[in-house]
Each structure stands twice: as structure tokens, then as C-alpha cells.
Design a binder for this molecule. Structure first.
Ligand code: FAD
Length: 507
């Protein structure tokens, strides 16, 4: 029976999270609409770091190459203390290239990320369409917008930190807003600082940093010292970004960055408040919250946009399978079960990092200016620390162990983990549906939204990456996570029977 709704999924918000959700749904053949109250694409550079895990997600959507072509790979972080070099954390070395196709962080302005996604989307973005009302009808949603009512089977609220959808769903946004303010600016300098590295400077007043951009501009970021602090105190919203004037910025740069350079042009600058907030639920009835609508945190480590893309990719394939009747509806509950703990962990880590980086207590200042800088000098030489550093910031650590959407495991490789990086396997496992990898198992074929791949013994790298020490069947989800690892066709079939409505196996 044909669904009577205007579309299967309505995505509210055409920021990076909404665009990713809509793009993946469209690629899975779902009737999706995407609306935004703005009248066109964002012009500010906003989030300027795209991490390795996000690039892997974009790769799945076929747009990583375009993103990399517009960005600048950042291969190391140089840490300074009051202007003096204290240590270096390489991103590209220390085994990073064994972990991912993208062994770096990509400096890419948000408008570029959004452009890459929008260019790939063959569904029109309905600009100038603001959501002003929402009713969950039980069998779907009825959404009142500034230009008329839209009905949909499912709703995805990707409408940012001040989310209207979150409010309509009655969700609190618990957490805190910090005392400190931060500044961001895209500038040109009168000298070149080199293009490979991001430079962090730890000062008694907090941290500041410089990130090179492909355009030759630099992104300046960091905390605002109290003497320059003039941020709006009363009506602080979650998006309280206030424009800044050149003189304030010049003083900040001179006093805190300790870079032997002058600011030329200030292309864009803003001061903002740091927040750390998490929605109580990511799913209510037929609606979901993704990206900043579900969680916001301070920008330490540039995780915000990246988390949103991860949400989008986690949710979109599940929605696609449920809409097509391939998967049972309970699969949708695993979006919140898998992504909320990830968001909470990121919030905790960024909170801790932020407090160490900005705390005003004598202990925090002493830790920052004496202990931390000496420690960085020593530990940054240790290979495992460098590897861990990359792993943590790149979001490669994210996994979903224990989720109902992943099965049991055999051997070292744990279900829920991100599928290990193996160039020979990676390209085959892109695209909609599950993928079963057969290692040393007689060829069988699973039917349904499952593609079967026989991994030849000559692909030694794949056997090594997947830690195969006997016959193995490894199931990869459409978001690139391991769903199950077994040594028997029967076990694999019975797991697929739980996550899919109908599966058959042919010998
Ligand atoms: C000025 C600024 C600077 C930032 N700098 C950084 C940074 O340096 N590093 C970093 O990691 N993060 C930064 N961020 C945060 C980063 O931009 C967000 O994490 C990211 O944009 C989240 O993406 P999103 O798609 O979830 O939400 P958003 O990008 O906020 O997109 C939400 C979209 O929903 C639309 N919308 C809202 N309400 C409605 C409605 N009722 N109806 C229809 N449409 C609606 C909005 O118009 C918007 O286009 C910055 C944010 C701002 C505002």
C-alpha cells in the first residue's frame, strides 16, 4: 500500500547534519524533503576542522574527494607555551596511515563542507521554510511551516542548537553555559606560518590557536581573556555569536598568540559563549534529534560538526531500511542507544579539556603553564601516545558495543567497532545495505539487502586487519561498523534474521 504522506522523511535544517542525513537517505532511494528557514547557504566559515572519521563517512557518501580537494590536510599540532615551542603531536605519522585512508585532520570551512554535500544532493533544499508547528499523528508527523503543512512518516530535527523541533518534543537541553567566552576569527597575516600544522599556545589566561586554511587565511581561536570580555551576559542563546571589532582582535592577537606577525584583513570574527548540553532523548515518537539539536559542547578539539555527521550516518541507513520494510522498527531505537552515549563521552572529554585549558584557579594555571607543557614535550615523543592522540581527536574510537543492532563476536574483532581499515575491503563495502565478508569460508550468498564478498587469501592485508585466524564471516553495517563476527553460516543467518525482516542464504 502506498504511503499517503508527502514524503517518507522530512529533514528540518540544511546545516551539515541535515544535509548528510538527506543525502544518505536519497542515496538509499528514500523520498526525502529538506527544509531550512534560511534563504540560502551559510556564508560564515564556522566549524573549520573535519576529522578522519567524518571523512570516512563522507567517503561512504561519495563526497570525501571533493571535500579534500577544497580543504587543507593538517598533519601535526605544534604546542607552544607562552610563545615557546613545547612539543608536537603529529597526526599523519605514528601509524595513522595504517588506521585510515585519511590520516590527518582536514581544515575546511563549514560553508565548503555544506557546499560539497549540497552539490551531491539531488533533492532541492527548500529554503525560506520555517517550521512553526509539529503534531505527531501516531502514523507519522504533520509539520506546520511558514509556507504550508508537510506530512511525513518520519521527522529528523537537524535544526541546530536552538532547535524548535526539540522544544516541540518537550525535551530539556540540560547542561551548562560557561563563564568564559571564546573568540573565532578568519584573518590574513602579513607572513606565512606554514601550511601543515595547527599551532596551539598555552598561556596563563587559557589556550589560543592558529589553524591554516587552504585559501591562505588563518583561523584564530581560543578563550577570551577577562579584560577583553564583553560578551552579552543576559540573553545568552545557544548560538550567541557576537561580531567583533578589529581593534579587539588585534589586542587579543598581540597579547596572547605570541606570533611574530600582524593581522592584515579580518574576514570574519565572532565572540561566543561555551556551552555543554545534551538532550534527554534523541527519539520521541516519530521524530529524531541529530547534530547540535541533540548536543552542543565547547569547541575544544573541533568535535561539533563531526559528531553531527556521525549522527546522520548512524540514523539514515536505519530509517532507510525501516521505510523500505527491510528492517524491524525497533532498529530505530538503537540510534539513541548508540549515539547518546557517544555524545555524552565527547561532552565529558571536552569539558575536562576545556577546564584544564581555561581554568583560572592557581592550580589550573600552574598545571597549564608548568606541568602540561613539560609533559607534552616528553609524552609527545612516545609512539603510543601519538597514536592515541590521533585516535581520540579523529573520532576513530567511536563504537557501539553492546547495542541491540550488533551481534556476538568470535575472535579479536569486536562487533560494534568501526570496521578495520583495509584498502581492499573498504571500497567494496560502500553503498546501501549490509556486507558480509567471507574469510576462508566456502562461498555462500545471502539474499536481501546484503552483499556477499569472498576475501581472497592473497589479500593478506585484509586478513591481518580483520585479525582472522580461522574461518570467519564478518558483517559490516552500512555505516561502516562491524555488526557481527562468526565462524558459521547458520549463526550469521540467525543474526541477520534479527536485524532484517527476511533473509535467505544460497549455497
Ligand atoms: C558562528 C559560529 C561559529 C562556529 N564555529 C565552530 C568551530 O569553530 N568549530 C566547531 O566545531 N563548531 C563551530 N560551530 C558549531 C558548528 O557550526 C555546529 O556544530 C554545526 O553547524 C552543527 O551542524 P547542524 O547541522 O547540527 O546545525 P546547524 O549548522 O546549526 O544547522 C541548523 C539549521 O537549521 C535551520 N533551522 C533552525 N530552526 C529552524 C526551523 N524552525 N525551521 C527550519 N529550519 C530551521 C537553521 O537555519 C540552520 O541552517 C560554530 C557555530 C556558529 C554559529
Amino acid at each position: 500500500m502506498r504511503d499517503e504522506h508527502d514524503c517518507d522523511v522530512l529533514v528540518v535544517g540544511a546545516g551539515p547534519t541535515g544535509l548528510c542525513t538527506a543525502l544518505m537517505l536519497a542515496q538509499h532511494g528514500i523520498r526525502v524533503r529538506i527544509v531550512d528557514r534560511r534563504h540560502g547557504p551559510v556564508e560564515q566559515s564556522r566549524a573549520a576542522i573535519v576529522h578522519a572519521r567524518t571523512l570516512e563517512c563522507l567517503d561512504r557518501l561519495g563526497v570525501a574527494e571533493a571535500a579534500v580537494a577544497r580543504g587543507l590536510p593538517i598533519t601535526d599540532v605544534q604546542i607552544h607555551s607562552s610563545g615557546r615551542p613545547a612539543g608536537e603531536m603529529p597526526l599523519a605519522g605514528a601509524g595513522a596511515a595504517d588506521q585510515t585512508r585519511f590520516p590527518y585532520a582536514l581544515a575546511l570551512e563549514q560553508f565548503e563542507t555544506e557546499r560539497v554535500l549540497a552539490d551531491a544532493l539531488d533533492v532541492p533544499i527548500e529554503w525560506g521554510t520555517e517550521v512553526v508547528g509539529l503534531t505527531d499523528t501516531g502514523s507519522g508527523v504533520s509539520v506546520e511551516t511558514s509556507v504550508g503543512v508537510i506530512t511525513a512518516r518520519w521527522l529528523v530535527g537537524a535544526d541546530g542548537a536552538s532547535s524548535t523541533i526539540r522544544k516541540f518534543l518537550g525535551q530539556e537541553f540540560d547542561g551548562e553555559t560557561y563563564e568564559q567566552s571564546g573568540m573565532l576569527a578568519d584573518v590574513t597575516l602579513d607572513v606565512s606560518l606554514g601550511v601543515q600544522g595547527m599551532r596551539l599556545n598555552l598561556t596563563p589566561g587559557g589556550f589560543v590557536g592558529v589553524l591554516p586554511l587552504r585559501s591562505g587565511r588563518y583561523r584564530l581561536f581560543g578563550v577570551v581573556p577577562p579584560e577583553l570580555h564583553n560578551a552579552p551576559q543576559g540573553a545568552v542563546t545557544h548560538e550567541s555569536y557576537a561580531p567583533l571589532d578589529h581593534a579587539v582582535l588585534q589586542r587579543w592577537f598581540d597579547d596572547y598568540f605570541k606570533v611574530d606577525a600582524r593581522l592584515d584583513e579580518v574576514v570574519w570574527a565572532s565572540m561566543f559563549r561555551f556551552h555543554s548540553r545534551l538532550a534527554a532523548r534523541f527519539r520521541v515518537g516519530n521524530a529524531f534529534l541529530v547534530g547540535d539539536a541533540a548536543h552542543i559542547h565547547n569547541p575544544a578539539g573541533g568535535q561539533g560538526l563531526n559528531l553531527g555527521v556521525g549522527d546522520a550516518v548512524n540514523l539514515a541507513w536505519k530509517l532507510a531500511q525501516v521505510v523500505r520494510g527491510e528492517a524491524p522498527e525497533w532498529l530505530l531505537d538503537t540510534y539513541e542507544a548508540e549515539r547518546r552515549p557517544v555524545a555524552r563521552t565527547v561532552l565529558k572529554r571536552t569539558d575536562l579539556g576545556f577546564k584544564l585549558e581555561t581554568g583560572n584557579s592557581a592550580v589550573a594555571v600552574w598545571m597549564r603553564t608548568h606541568v602540561a607543557t613539560r609533559l607534552v614535550g616528553v609524552v609527545s615523543r612516545l609512539a603510543f601516545v601519538r597514536r592515541m592522540f590521533f585516535h581520540m581527536f579523529s573520532q576513530l574510537w567511536i563504537g557501539y558495543r553492546g547495542s541491540r543492532a550488533v551481534g556476538r563476536g568470535v575472535g579479536q574483532l569486536k562487533p560494534g567497532a568501526r570496521a578495520p581499515y583495509s584498502p581492499g575491503v573498504l571500497d567494496r563495502t560502500h553503498g546501501p545495505g549490509y556486507h558480509v565478508l567471507l574469510f576462508s569460508v566456502p562461498a555462500v550468498r545471502f539474499e536481501g539487502p546484503v552483499t556477499t564478498h569472498v576475501i581472497p587469501p592473497s589479500d593478506v592485508a585484509a586478513f591481518r586487519a580483520y585479525q582472522v585466524d580461522g574461518p570467519r564471516l564478518v558483517l559490516i553495517r552500512p555505516d561502516g561498523h562491524v555488526a557481527a563476527v562468526t565462524d558459521s553460516v547458520e549463526d550469521m543467518t540467525s543474526f541477520l534474521d534479527t536485524v532484517l525482516v527476511r533473509v535467505r542464504v544460497r549455497g
